[in-house]
Design a protein around this ligand. Structure first.
Ligand code: CA
Length: 439
C-alpha cells in the first residue's frame, strides 16, 4: 500500500519486526502476510533500573463534539470541495463511529515478530504457487501492463500477494465509516479528513458504489490496498470498462500498482538488490539507509556476493545501500532503486525485502544464503522504550522514547556499541540492553 507521510500514511498496526528495520521512521500497515499471530516472546527479567511508562489505552471517546456535530461541519467542507449534497447524504446514511477502528488505531503491539518469521509467512510455499499460477493466468494482461508502465510482472504479482493475498483479503470495512471515525476521533484527524474527502470524490466519479467501497480499518482499499488519495492519483482503468475498479478487476489493480511503482522510480530490468557478504572486519556504521555508494565502491570495501558470484552485469555504477535486517550477525543485502520504489508502497524494509524475494521465488530463486540470528529475538516494545531511555541517560540521545527504532535511536545505539567496542550496526539487541542496565 503506497504511502508515507505526505501521500499515504498508513495507520497501520506496527508489527514490530518491521519497526526494527524501518529505514525511515514511518508508520506501516498490516498486509495479508501480517495476518499471522505475533510471536509471543516471554518477557524476560523486570527492568532493574528504570520502569518505562507504557501509555495506558483509553478507548473512551472523549471528543469535544458529538459525531453528528462533526459530520455537519465535515459536510460543509465536502460540499465546498465540490461533493454533491445528495452523494454526501447517501454515503453517510446510517454511518456511526466504529469502535474497532479506534481500537486498531490505538493499538501498540508489545511483541515483535522476528524478520525471519515475517519472511517465512510472506514467502510461504502456498503464496509462491498461487503467484506462479496467476503469472500464467494473467500473462497477456501482464505483458500489456509491462509494456505500458515498464514495471516487471513478477514484482506486480508479488505486491498483489503481499497486499491482499491476490485479492482475497481486501478488508471488509466501510471505507467511509472507517475514515469518518478516524477523522472524528483518530490520532491523525487531518490525514483522515483528507482521505475521506478523496473517498467521496471517488464515489462521485462513479468508480464504485458507497456500499461496495470496502477496505481496511485504515481506509486502504481493494486488491492494491490504495488509500483514497493514492487511488485518485494512480488508479487506472486498464480493462477498459470505464471504471477504475481495484476491488474486482485484477487488470485494473495490477496496472494501478504498476503506475504507482513507475511513479516511485522503478527502473525496468534493474535488480532490486542482492544478498551479499561483508568481510570480517568491517565498519558496520556504513549499514545505514542514508549512506549510498555505487555497487563498485561497496565491492572495493570487501562486500561480495555469496559463493564468490559476480554482481549482475551493468549494476556496478548503480547506487546502493547496505541493509542488515537483523544486525551484523544476520544476512546482508545491497539494495538499489527498485527496492526503494517498493518502500514507497510501504515504508518497511521487511516488506520491501518480502516483495522482492517473493518476485524471485516465482522463478525458483530468492533464497537467502546467510543465517538469521534466531537466538537473538527482537526486543519487546517495553524493552525498546527502556533501551531508548537508558541510551539517553547515558548521553546517547535516542530521542523520544516511543519504542520505535528510528534514525535517532539507531545513531544512539551505534554510539553505545562503539563505546563497548562492538560492531556498530545500530541494531537493538538484548545484549546491549543488558549491558546498559548493568553499566
Ligand atoms: Ca476497469
Amino acid at each position: 500500500m503506497p504511502f508515507c507521510i505526505s501521500r499515504r500514511w498508513h495507520l497501520r498496526q506496527l508489527i514490530a519486526a518491521s519497526s526494527l528495520v524501518l529505514l525511515v521512521a514511518c508508520a506501516e500497515k498490516p498486509t495479508a502476510a501480517d495476518a499471522q499471530p505475533l510471536q509471543t516472546v516471554p518477557v524476560t527479567t523486570a527492568p532493574a533500573v528504570i520502569t518505562p511508562v507504557v501509555p495506558t489505552e483509553n478507548l473512551e471517546i472523549q471528543p469535544s463534539q458529538t459525531f453528528e456535530q462533526w459530520q455537519a461541519a465535515f459536510r460543509k467542507d465536502a460540499l465546498a470541495a465540490g461533493i454533491s449534497p445528495s452523494l454526501f447524504d447517501r454515503a453517510f446514511a446510517g454511518v456511526t463511529p466504529d469502535m474497532s477502528v479506534i481500537r486498531a488505531d490505538r493499538s501498540q503491539p508489545e511483541f515483535a515478530r522476528p524478520v525471519w518469521e515475517y519472511l517465512d509467512g510472506a514467502l510461504s510455499a502456498l503464496r509462491v504457487r498461487k503467484g506462479q499460477a496467476l503469472l500464467s493466468q494473467y500473462a497477456d494482461t501482464l505483458s500489456a501492463i509491462e509494456q505500458r508502465y515498464g514495471v516487471d510482472r513478477q514484482v506486480l504479482v508479488a505486491v498483489w500477494g503481499m497486499e491482499s493475498n491476490f485479492g482475497s483479503f481486501q478488508g471488509d470495512k466501510s471505507v467511509i465509516r472507517s475514515l469518518a471515525t478516524l477523522a472524528y476521533e483518530g490520532r491523525r484527524p487531518g490525514f483522515a479528513h483528507a482521505q475521506l474527502l478523496a473517498a467521496l470524490q471517488i464515489l462521485q466519479q462513479g468508480d464504485i458504489a458507497p456500499e461496495k467501497m470496502l477496505g481496511s480499518w485504515a481506509g486502504a482499499m481493494g486488491q492494491t490496498q490504495f488509500i483514497p488519495t493514492t487511488y485518485n492519483t494512480h488508479a487506472v482503468d486498464f480493462d477498459g470498462d470505464g471504471r477504475r475498479d481495484i476491488w474486482n478487476s485484477p487488470a485494473d489493480a495490477l496496472a494501478s500498482t504498476a503506475h504507482y511503482l513507475q511513479s516511485s522510480g522503478w527502473q525496468k530490468g534493474q535488480p532490486w538488490g542482492f544478498e551479499v557478504t561483508v568481510p570480517g572486519t568491517f565498519n558496520y556504521a556504513l549499514a545505514d539507509g542514508a549512506i549510498r555508494k555505487s555497487v563498485a565502491e561497496w565491492t572495493q570495501l570487501g562486500v561480495k556476493l555469496p559463493n564468490d558470484a559476480s554482481v549482475p552485469a551493468g549494476s556496478e555504477q548503480l547506487s546502493a545501500a547496505l541493509l542488515l535486517p537483523a544486525g551484523y550477525r544476520g544476512p546482508a543485502f545491497l539494495i538499489l532503486d527498485n527496492f526503494r520504489a517498493v518502500l514507497k508502497y510501504n515504508n518497511s524494509s521487511s516488506y520491501a525485502l518480502a516483495v522482492n524475494l517473493l518476485s524471485e521465488r516465482f522463478s525458483g530463486a530468492g533464497r537467502i544464503n546467510g543465517e538469521w540470528p534466531k537466538d537473538d529475538l527482537p526486543l519487546s516494545r517495553t524493552e525498546r522504550i527502556e533501551l531508548q531511555t537508558l541510551l539517553s541517560a547515558n548521553q546517547y540521545d535516542a530521542g523520544n522514547p516511543d519504542g520505535i527504532i528510528g534514525a535517532n535511536t539507531r545513531k544512539a545505539i551505534r554510539a553505545a556499541q562503539q563505546s563497548f567496542g562492538w560492531p556498530a550496526d545500530g541494531y537493538p539487541t538484548r545484549k546491549l540492553l543488558d549491558s546498559l542496565r548493568n553499566r
